[in-house]
Structure formats: C-alpha cells, structure tokens
Ligand binder design. Structure first.
Ligand code: ASP
Ligand code: MG
Length: 407
C-alpha cells in the first residue's frame, strides 16, 4: 500500500516554549502511523523573529538584507531542531532540516524571496527510513547558496509549497485559534467557526483584514488545489477546511465579515475637473510604492471636485506628502486626512448568484444610524468605509442581519 503524505505546520505561538514544543511533539507522533508520512514545518519560537530583528535595529537603522536573512532564518533552525529532539524522546525517529538542506530554492530577493523549486529527494529518503521530517519554515536558498527568507508569516508558504512538492493529501496549519470564524469572535460573541471556505473567499478575507494565514500561501494553495486545514494546536477539534469551490458552497451568500481598522483616508479638495488629472494624482502616489485602495470622486461643482482614497495607516505620511506635491502642481485645494475609519466587508462567493446583498448591507447600516463614507465592491465582496467608532456596532448588526450565527 502506498503511504499517504501529510504536511503539518505549527506557528510561533504553538512552539513558544518547551512545554508547547512537547505538546506539538505529542500531537505529531499521535498522527504518525504505518500508512502516513509526516513533514512538519515550524515557525520560530514565539516572538523570536521580532526579537532578532530588534537586535539588528539596535546596530543599524538599515541593516543589509542579506545579513537580516542570515539572522532571521536562525529562529526556525532552533525550533526545528528542538522539535526533532522532543519527538525522538518520545521514541519516534525524526530528523530536522533547514530550508537549504531540503533544497527549497528561491530567487535572490532577500527578506521576501519567492520559491522557485523544491527538491523533495532528501525528505523522501528520510520517509523511506520511516522518519518524521521536521523542516525549518520561512527560508530557502538561492542558486548561489545565499540564505533567503520568504517574508513575514512565510512558514505558511513553506508548508504549502512542500505539500505541493510532496503531493501531500492535505496541509494542516496549526495555530492558536481553532479555525476561521464568520467574524472576529472578540467583536461578536455569536461568531461561528466556519466548516469550509473556498480559497477565493479566504484570499478575499485575508486581503480585507482577516489575519489567519499569509495571503501568498493561500494563493499557492489555490493554484495547485492543495486542501488546507486550519486548526488549533491546543485542541483535538476539527478546524476549518480551505478548499476549491463546490456547488453546495454557493448556497451561502455571505460567508464572513471582516473589519479592518488599519487604513486611513486622504481627501484632495477642489481638484480641477479635467481629463488626465486622476491619472496624474495616482501616478505620483504609486511612484512612492503606496497601495491605494478605495477611491471616490465627488460630483464636480464649478468644475472642481474632491477626490478621496484610502491607504494603509503605515503609508499615510508618505501618501500625504505625495498628495501635497501633486496637489500644488495641479492647483488643487486642501489635503485632509482621517485616521478614524474602518473598512467593514461582507465576503462570500455566493454573491455571484445572490442579488440584493449590497442593498441589505446598506439598509442594515442605515437602520443603525451608521453613515457610509465610501463603498467598494469586488465579485465576491462588498465593503463600506465607516467611522471607526461605530465599526464594532456595524459588524454586530451585519452578523445578525445575515444570520451568520446560524449554521
Ligand atoms: N517566524 C517568521 C515570522 O514570524 C515566519 C513565520 O512565523 O511564519 O514572520
Ligand atoms: Mg512568527
């Protein structure tokens, strides 16, 4: 009988200290049997990556990226070795490898490298000897033997890419929450764990603010159709499956609600209403490498209109500067900023076949005296920008209106 392969990934909080590493070791060996080979990917212990980064920043404001990769990749090298030791102690054979040892080849972009190929030979060989393989997440190596890292949260990507290379049946992502919820349970106590969600919905929710998995890793899982199982490392319960869309899943119009308080709004007032002006503004902004989200242009009065757009709070300063530069070039008026905004979004691939979702969202907000500042939509989502002070209230009301507490 051909053995099946399963990839498991344990995040930083799951291996934060010795007791938790022992817990992971126990879970891993409980899963292992004659018919299953396990490749286990680990993140660095707890906040190790942040701590290592902070050390470097004490020495330089702009540490060389190559050296940052040398430094940050050590976090995962520690956790994979410790886990292998813990597993051996339980009487199972295990071996740990760095990314470079298992042939995770990447491009040369230090601190945000992309995986090009994975040579699974060394892992397969260890499987033949019935070893549990532990792989350091978040890292790879270039063709010239330079160590690289895959961007923050990159152990997810290591796990998904390994699952693809090894043709694993499933890729299990163990974390400190027990799955994907209809919305943040800290905001809505009736929030419900979702049984299964599509790759697309998960990607949309991640880009709209849900922070469960690294977005790039979900893209890769979608491209290669690798089922993901997001679950807790502290309980035996099933979590949430992230899978390819099937007909049954379309019956639900709204799968979840996200709330992102990480954006700010910029308004350029009294912009001359002429062709080419919007292009000029957003060319200048994008030159600064700033991602602009929702854009709204008001109906012009006296050949002048206001243009508002949102950016990540971290980019606000840069964006205001760029807006001022272009504003004075084109003879616009004041530049206003508003940090007190939130983006509340409904997500669901069933929106393609259900109508009236946006209308119901707007009337629910209206019934709750919540003013909508901006609106944007995609094929499978509707977002409203509202005041941050009423964001939680909005999420609660929408969760109820769309009956998300009911399975
Ligand atoms: N340790 C890295 C980070 O904290 C990678 C990961 O956890 O996935 O970003
Ligand atoms: Mg981490």
């Amino acid at each position: 009988m051909e053995k099946e392969i399963v990839v498991q990934k344990f995040g930083g909080s799951s291996v934060a200290n010795i007791d938790r590493i022992k817990n992971v070791a126990q879970r891993v060996v409980a899963y292992k049997n004659k018919h299953t080979d396990l490749a286990v990917v680990v993140s660095a212990l707890g906040d190790t990556t942040d701590e290592l980064e902070a050390l470097a920043l004490q020495l330089s404001k702009t540490p060389p990226e190559r050296e940052m990769d040398m430094l940050l990749s050590t976090g995962e090298q520690i956790s994979c070795a410790l886990l292998a030791i813990a597993i051996k102690e339980l009487g199972y054979d295990s071996i740990s490898f760095t990314g470079s040892q298992v042939g995770i080849k990447t491009d040369k972009s230090h601190t945000k490298a992309r995986i090009i190929t994975i040579d699974g030979k060394r892992i397969k060989k260890a499987f033949k000897d019935d070893k549990i393989v532990i792989v350091a997440g978040y890292q790879g190596v270039t063709r010239n033997d330079e160590i690289t890292t895959l961007g923050r949260g990159g152990s997810d990507l290591t796990a998904v890419a390994l699952a693809q290379a090894l043709k694993a049946r499933v890729c299990e992502i163990y974390t400190d929450v027990d799955g994907i919820y209809t919305t943040d349970p800290r905001i809505v106590k009736e929030a419900r764990k979702i049984k299964s969600i599509t790759f697309e919905e998960m990607l949309e929710m991640a880009s709209l603010g849900a922070q469960v998995m690294q977005a790039r890793s979900i893209e890769v899982a979608k491209r290669f159709n690798i089922p993901l199982h997001v679950r807790s490392s502290f309980s035996k319960e099933e979590g949430t499956m992230i899978v390819k869309e099937n007909e049954k899943m379309e019956e639900v119009a709204v799968r979840g609600i996200t709330c992102n308080k990480n954006e700010a709004k910029i308004t350029i007032c009294s912009v001359p209403d002429k062709p080419g002006i919007a292009a000029k503004i957003f060319e200048e902004i994008s030159k600064q490498d700033i991602n602009v989200d929702t854009i709204v242009q008001n109906v012009p009065h006296d050949k002048l209109s206001d243009i508002s757009f949102t950016v990540l709070k971290g980019d606000l300063h840069k964006a205001i500067k760029a807006a001022s530069v272009i504003g004075s070039k084109i003879g616009a008026g004041e530049i206003l900023e508003d940090k007190n905004i939130a983006r509340v979004s409904l997500v669901g691939s069933g929106m393609r076949s259900h109508s009236g979702i946006a209308a119901r969202m707007f009337s629910t907000l209206a019934d709750n005296q919540i003013n909508i500042g901006m609106i944007s939509t995609s094929e499978i989502s509707v977002s409203c920008i509202i005041s941050q002070d009423v964001a939680d209230k909005a999420v609660k009301a929408l969760h109820k209106a769309f009956k998300l507490e009911q399975p």
